[in-house]
Design a protein around this ligand. Sequence first.
Ligand code: SF4
Length: 457
Amino acid sequence: MASRRYFIETWGCQMNELDTQRMAGQLMQQGLLPTEDATEASVILLNSCSVREKAAQKAYSRLGIYRRYKEERPDLVIGFCGCVAQQEGEEALEKVRDLDFVVGPARVGELTEILERVRTGERVAATGFPEQRDFDLDTISRDSSYKGMVTLIEGCNKKCTFCIVPYTRGPERCRPLAEIVREVEHLLALGFVEIELLGQTVNHWKEPGDESIDFAVLLDTVARLRGLERLRFITSYPRDFTPAMVAEVGRHENICPYVHLPVQSGSNSVLKLMGRGYEVETYFDLVDQLRAARDGLALSTDLIVGFPGETDEDFEKTLELVERVRYAQIFAFKYSPRPGTPAPRLKVDVPTDDVASERLQRVFAVQDRIQLELNQELVGEEREILVTGWGKNEGSQMGRTPCHRIVHFDPQGVPADLGSLVKVRIDDASHYSLRGTRLDLGMPQAPKPRTRLTVVQ
Ligand code: SF4
């Protein structure tokens, strides 16, 4: 091989990001270094996401670009990874003649041995869901030295009618608590301060073989680990949130007051067509419980507009929901059918694209107003910021509040280390971020209480 560099293009969610880090780790073990220029790489991986509209088409178009590099560099290895790769399987090898291998999300731990086979001239399709999956925590190339993602649960057992995930990531597989704790401790020993627990339905985690040990127990166990400043988790399924989990969010100061709670629609009839298994009233009840348990809790959500069967009246209910919950952030999309999912076969009227577009704009308009109002409420407050980088203006820095808002701040001439926690006064707010001034210069840091004494039932 001419150069010893790898390039990975990653689409999609945190699960994909972590899979990329796992593949990068295996490539680095083989002596390859990362590059941001695909034209100089000896290994190119496309880690695809099937939640994107026309995902397969887009993936093949990217692979078409990469395969042209082989004209100059016949040694180049090209791999197709992620959810679209899982769906396409061997067909992808037939469609793209210069593609060397296909690997599904549940098989990324096998990358080293797949590459060995590729180097002997074999073209490999590694898809499907093996019973056993090794979580090789020593071969993850983390893209941060202070924030680490840790998988709790892979796959999904739900069957929301619009979603491709159960077919691309397979049924749920939960990791044992001891293994999760070992990985978090490993990261904390390396100086990580923030841990994000991952799963498609993270709060459905249960100890394999002992259902009595659930996500509430896990949250409590992990939150008590020494040195853990911030604990996040994503994505929670509303129906799986129990009062005990709510109590843990209220109990531990280092569990960040931010919960991503996808609702998808504000109409019970649409939720039923989506197969979500809950009603808006139960969702509101959960929101109220979480807010009662934890002051200043921020919520975010996912919404789909223009779902098959969604009437004007249904959509108005979604707007009412957005007004009532007052999310700090929403991720709203127009419905678009995913091949292989049940929703396109529903025998109901489908809103036109124009109608769906108009609904989406109305959701954004309401959300923009609410988001600005919520951000403005923080002006004058002091917040602890986890420093994540440099700001847009010269000399400014940026970071995240515990409630996950972006803050650009003036470090007062004393730049803070990335990954450090600093105190900032919020001076100004816009729709998408806050601006502030660093306050803690020269001040000794008081120890923080980590666990509250009150337990919310
Ligand atoms: S819970 Fe529903 S939306 Fe979430 S991954 Fe599973 S099937 Fe998809």
